[in-house]
Design a protein around this ligand. Structure first.
Ligand code: MN
Length: 416
């Protein structure tokens, strides 16, 4: 579709976080308990199921029933050509051209105030993979826990390192986080500790959602990889550092990660991000041919993290950007499938913590407080090494460039 932003007939929409250039996708539960796929413009939620039932998407190769599902999976599994056609048609309904003029007189049947819409987890996540694609984050962690002179392990610049995460505990923004219990590193008596994690942390990540999958044994070529990515969403990959530290050798993260991750209710289609494409950082050494792709494969998306103490005001503790990611989403997807592994619609691949080059851009408390040695001061004067009970962690993301400006759906969770 054209990425030229057009004006909407909905008052104020084009100066909001959700202008016509954005049109994210999500799922609502209606008061009668049924589900509907939705989008958002200005302060209005657009019920796509209503539009589908009056035939608006009939010539897009989407089925009317796709819009009445509990998740986006069925629709996005049809592939990029279909989801792009739906997006183009939706934009035509909401833009200033008179093509769908008759809908305006019936707007109350498909628009409702965002505050009245109950949004749910927008995808059924069959599998969740977490990568480790920020060179700054990997370098910081390697420096803290291993050897500053050899912070990156020998494989890191040759492949996007990742592990298989837990899909069942991915929750939609707003779901509380329960502090996990687990084993921790033995003390002087040689016995492991056990109890609630004392080192609860967030990880600022961006997740991509797989649209059309691939068959077992049929890898996805890096050059076509974005055809298999429906969109992206902010993602907080909660981590218990003390549990993680004791358990992770030799098979990697387990209970220190699997207790929960939080995802935005709004998935932003890749098409909306075209205006803020940019080149990834230069890769040296050049990766193997199956990971090589020319052109602009990264995105300029500003990221922020806030901590709000119980009853207090939010303090910004981090400002980062997806442009720092060393490995692109296309490279992650090509690597994930190069062995023939099949991905399915709704699978989630998260980037790994996105840290930038400066200390105020680090995407976890582990790095911001440098393993607890440099407490972070909040606006009320209190300090944090890690996340305390009652704290709410909020992640925000913005694009501002190429003629478009909008905010991606935020991610928020309170530690209880
Ligand atoms: Mn992670």
């Amino acid at each position: 579709m054209s990425t030229t932003p057009q004006k909407s007939w909905i008052p104020g929409a084009d100066n909001s976080d959700f202008p016509l250039a954005h049109l994210p996708m999500g799922v609502r539960v209606r008061p009668d308990g049924s589900h509907a796929l939705v989008s958002r413009i200005g302060d209005q939620v657009v019920d796509l199921r209503v539009l589908a039932e009056i035939g608006v998407f009939d010539d897009t190769k989407a089925d009317r029933k796709d819009f009445a599902q509990k998740s986006l999976n069925q629709l996005i599994g049809r592939g990029k050509a279909v989801t792009s056609a739906v997006r183009t048609r939706l934009a035509a309904c909401l833009d200033d051209d008179p093509g769908y003029w008759d809908l305006r007189s019936r707007k109350e049947i498909f628009l409702l105030p965002a505050k009245q819409a109950k949004l749910v987890l927008p995808i059924e996540v069959g599998d969740y993979t977490d990568f480790y694609s920020s060179i700054e984050h990997a370098t910081n962690v390697g420096t803290m826990f291993r050897d500053p002179a050899n912070a990156l392990l020998p494989n890191w610049k040759h492949l996007p390192v990742g592990y298989h995460g837990r899909a069942s505990s991915i929750m939609v923004s707003g779901t509380p986080i329960h502090r996990p219990k687990g084993q921790t590193t033995p003390g002087e008596d040689g016995k492991p500790g056990f109890g609630e994690s004392k080192l609860l942390d967030f990880e600022l990540e961006m997740a991509f959602v797989v649209g059309q999958g691939n068959k077992l044994g049929a890898p996805i070529d890096v050059k076509n990889a974005e055809d298999h990515i429906f969109g992206i969403a902010l993602f907080n990959d909660w981590s218990a550092r003390d549990i993680q530290k004791w358990e992770y050798v030799p098979l990697g993260p387990f209970l220190g990660k699997s207790f929960s991750s939080t995802i935005s209710p709004w998935i932003t289609p890749l098409e909306a991000l075209e205006p803020v494409r940019l080149a990834s950082p230069k890769q040296d050494p050049t990766p193997l041919p199956y990971l090589q792709h020319a052109g602009s494969n990264n995105f300029d998306i500003k990221l922020e993290v806030y901590i709000t103490p119980e009853g207090g005001e939010p303090s910004k503790v981090c400002a980062s950007n997806t442009k720092y990611l060393y490995w692109s989403m296309a490279q992650q997807l090509a690597h994930h499938t190069v062995n023939g592994c099949n991905l399915r619609p709704g699978d989630v691949c998260a980037s790994g913590t996105i840290s930038g080059p400066t200390p105020d851009s680090y995407g976890s408390m582990l790095e911001l407080s440098w393993k607890g040695t440099k407490p972070v001061t909040l606006s009320d004067g209190s300090t944090r090494k890690f996340i305390q009970d009652g704290d709410t962690v909020t992640m925000k993301a913005f694009v501002d460039g190429g003629g478009v400006k909008f905010a991606l759906g935020s991610v928020e969770a309170k530690c209880v």
